[in-house]
Design a protein around this ligand. Structure first.
Ligand SMILES: C[S@@+](CC[C@H](N)C(=O)[O-])C[C@H]1O[C@@H](n2cnc3c(N)ncnc32)[C@H](O)[C@@H]1O
Length: 262
């Protein structure tokens, strides 16, 4: 990366259409860039909740003319870490999917294990594992679903830096790091792990070259880039939030003066 200038699409044009509370917020620019780069035909997310990560994948597909399908799998009941939640979350996700991503998104309201039978071996280009975060649950999700990932496909793991309560994604991902060559970890925002399944014919893209370069300096700079990108996105959002109010104040001031003059 030392001599490469990587100017990601997220910095050029990404305005999140979906913004809801989730610790996933720090990885939105990367998610947008990854989808833009690898152009997945089949995306599967295990653990959707209010859809922040899922709809970022979808947005990148639409805005980059990616002709694929995206499956969101969740019981939409909650788990030991999110706690139980009511049906309004699912209804909101359903509404957003219909409103913006009709035709290529499928919400599979079921347990991950029930959904397995709907997917062929080697068929998923991008798999995101974000269900229950205990060591055992993440391991089970990975072992069940990895065979469904196409050779050269990508698997994402959320919360690989979260060492709270009985979270164990960090431990499972550390084991994968020992066994896999093409693997990378973002440390900010509770961590996001990225693994490329060996084999196949994966696209050679600037981003994947950087991710799987195995060069510590490149990796350090990539981590810095996406940590800054997350801050930049948030700062821009904050700035936008205040702008309309400033204009409103200015308008009020202007009108008041006119009234006084009249
Ligand atoms: C951490 S949340 C997902 C966060 C989401 N990706 C985001 O962008 O904020 C985990 C979700 O996984 C679901 N979940 C956990 N274990 C599950 C299982 N075995 N089958 C179906 N859903 C599950 C829960 O209902 C919860 O909504």
């Amino acid at each position: 990366m030392t001599s490469t200038l990587y100017f990601p699409p997220s910095l050029q044009r990404f305005e999140p259409r979906r913004m809801v509370f989730s610790t996933w917020v720090d990885h939105l620019p990367f998610a947008y860039d990854l989808v833009t780069a690898i152009r997945p035909q089949v995306v599967v997310e295990l653990g959707v909740y209010n859809g922040l990560s899922f709809f970022t994948f979808c947005q990148a597909m639409v805005e980059n003319d990616i002709d694929g399908v995206a499956y969101a799998i969740d019981c939409w009941e909650g788990d030991e870490h999110t706690d139980a939640y009511d049906d309004s979350i699912f209804k909101d996700v359903q509404h957003h999917a219909r409103e913006h991503y009709r035709g290529f998104t499928y919400l599979l309201r079921m347990y991950f294990n029930e959904a397995l039978r709907h997917f062929e071996q080697d068929s998923i280009d991008l798999l995101h594992i974000d269900g229950l975060h205990t060591y055992e649950a993440v391991k089970e999700d990975f072992e069940n679903w990895y065979p469904k990932v196409t050779p050269g496909g990508i698997v994402l793991f959320h919360d690989v830096m979260a060492r709270i309560k009985d979270f164990g994604a960090w431990k499972f991902f550390a084991e994968l790091e020992q066994e896999h060559e093409e693997i990378f970890r973002f440390n900010h925002g509770f961590g996001l792990g990225v693994l490329r399944k060996p084999g196949g014919n994966p696209p050679h893209t600037e981003l994947t070259e950087l991710l799987f370069s195995r060069d510590p300096e490149t990796h350090k700079r990539l981590r810095q880039l996406y940590s800054h990108a997350a801050h930049f996105l948030e700062a821009r959002r904050q700035a936008k939030r205040f702008k309309p109010k400033d204009h409103a104040e200015a308008d009020k001031g202007g009108q008041g003066k006119q009234a006084g003059e009249g």
